[in-house]
Design a protein around this ligand. Structure first.
Ligand code: GAR
Length: 216
């Protein structure tokens, strides 16, 4: 599946997702609609057999692979199989779109500075699980979502895109998460489009986005 016009070599993505997959779908539909002209999704890897994301991928005609983490004694073993699968699919960049497993050096060192993660808070605030609940419990008035380059520490690494979401007085975790999701769908597409444009330079701590060249 590609949004490639044929002119530029496609950026081939491998997406990792664990459950619902609304972000995967937003990304795949944006590519199919031609919003990221030089990107394509080579494979979706999911780890929960019942994950809804598998059905979304099948509807969109994208290859899927189940790698159930329960079958692996160590995180590194799972990551070895993820790497094999991504290599077989000839993937250039990896997108963790709701991947709820910690990743190891096995994956990170195979795709150095080429793994994106999506997280439902304005990092570095509220890393880890239950980020929306953490933000509500803390009483912040603004939270949001982040796409960043993956480093070994959970939810750490140079930030590519963020969006702010104001917290309303009557918000529950569900209502706030719903509004964060809407922004996630937007910034995930934005981040992949930036990467596909070749304008993203990843430093040790920061991502620099090169300016767009003027058209002749
Ligand atoms: C998203 O909110 C994403 O930020 C979060 O899982 C959700 C997946 O939603 N990821 C993490 O919390 C990773 N730390 P989706 O399955 O509907 O795309």
């Amino acid at each position: 599946m590609t949004g490639n016009s044929g002119a530029t070599p496609a950026l081939r993505l491998g997406v990792l997702a664990s459950g619902n997959g609304s972000n995967f779908q937003a990304l795949a539909e944006a590519i199919q609609a031609g919003e990221i002209p030089n990107a394509e999704i080579g494979i979706l890897i999911y780890n929960n057999p019942d994950a809804l994301v598998r059905q979304r991928a099948e509807r969109l005609g994208i290859s899927t692979q189940l790698l159930n983490h329960r079958a692996y004694p160590r995180r590194e073993d799972l990551d070895h199989d993820i790497v094999s699968c991504l290599k077989e699919a000839q993937v250039d960049w990896v997108v963790m779109a709701g991947w709820m497993r910690r990743v190891t050096e096995v994956l990170i060192n195979t795709f150095p500075n080429r793994i994106l993660n999506l997280h439902p808070s304005l990092l570095p605030s509220f890393p880890g699980i239950r980020a929306v609940e953490q933000a509500l419990d803390y009483g912040v008035k603004v939270t949001g979502c982040t796409v960043h380059i993956v480093r070994l520490a959970v939810d750490s690494g140079p930030i590519v895109c963020q969006a702010a979401v104001p917290v309303q007085a009557d918000d529950t975790a569900a209502t706030l998460a719903e509004r964060i999701h809407q922004q996630e769908h937007r910034i995930l597409v934005e981040a992949v489009a930036l990467v596909a444009s070749g304008r993203v330079q990843v430093g040790e701590h920061r991502v620099r986005v090169l300016p767009t060249l003027p058209e002749n």
